[in-house]
Design a binder for this molecule. Structure first.
Ligand code: C5P
Length: 241
């Protein structure tokens, strides 16, 4: 298994308590990246990021910060000092907050003697449906063009990438060449249950469309043999199919 394929897969440690998450992560020898979301972070606290790093893993800290510039900056400074490699913020916080977050993350990492993390902008949560989005938020811009606008806002503010659905990857990649990161959930290996994900792509399809990394949860975490499921995803990427 090449390092390249494993480096592109971020396993979401969802639905696990702190001990279970650490044990699970330690049970996949080829694993390089994990995603710590709100559920695990609220239960375990910042120490879980440090513990996962001590296991040799790189951490995507998916806390989706959305606040005033000073608070965004403080949160990103602290997250970077913990050693998170990827950190999510909401693009809708605005350019001032995004730029402050980016600068503070770099400063926080430098003060801790760590490389600067990549901040990823969340554009519009994929749980929004276009009609309800327009009605409830009174945003007249169609969702399809609002997402690229927010991605551009993030890029202009100096952020390193976006989180997006697999269906948005190709369009966003056209506007934002590598090394702008496009990290996509909603991934299902061929033959895997889709569960509550409606709009999915296989790992190889998402990478071919321009994704830089994939977030995969249940197809690996809920598999009867998670190590084999992870290896199958890597093999799929290596085969490119
Ligand atoms: O289990 P599954 O592979 O569906 O997990 C996908 C992960 O990506 C979960 O942590 C989920 O919260 C997250 N996510 C998502 N869709 C988005 C944004 C994040 O599924 N649009």
């Amino acid at each position: 298994m090449s390092a390249t394929a494993a480096d592109r897969i971020i396993v979401a440690l969802d639905g696990m308590g702190p001990e279970q998450a650490l044990t699970f992560a330690g049970s996949l020898p080829a694993l390089r990246w994990v995603k710590v979301g709100l559920e695990l972070f609220v239960a375990a606290g910042p120490v879980v990021v440090q513990q996962l790093r001590q296991q040799g893993l790189r951490v995507f800290l998916d806390l989706k910060f959305h606040d005033i510039p000073a608070t965004m900056a403080g949160a990103c400074r602290s997250a970077a000092a913990l050693g998170a490699d990827l950190i999510t913020v909401h693009a809708a916080a605005g350019s001032e907050a995004l730029a402050a977050a980016q600068g503070a993350a770099a400063a926080g990492a430098a003060a801790a003697g760590l490389p600067a993390p990549t901040l990823l902008a969340v554009t519009v949560l994929t749980s929004w449906e276009a009609g309800r989005f327009a009605r409830e938020l009174a945003i007249q811009e169609p969702l399809a063009s609002y997402v690229p606008q927010l991605a551009q806002l993030a890029a202009t503010a100096g952020l390193g990438g976006c989180v997006c659905s697999p269906l948005e990857v190709a369009g966003l990649r056209g506007a934002h060449p590598h090394p702008f990161a496009l990290v996509t959930p909603g991934i299902r290996p061929a033959g895997a249950a889709t569960g509550d994900q409606q709009r999915v792509m296989t790992p190889a399809m998402a990478i071919a469309a321009g994704a830089s990394q994939l977030v995969i949860g249940r197809p690996i975490t809920a598999a009867s043999d998670p190590a084999a499921a992870f290896a199958a995803c890597c093999a799929e990427l290596e085969a490119g199919c």
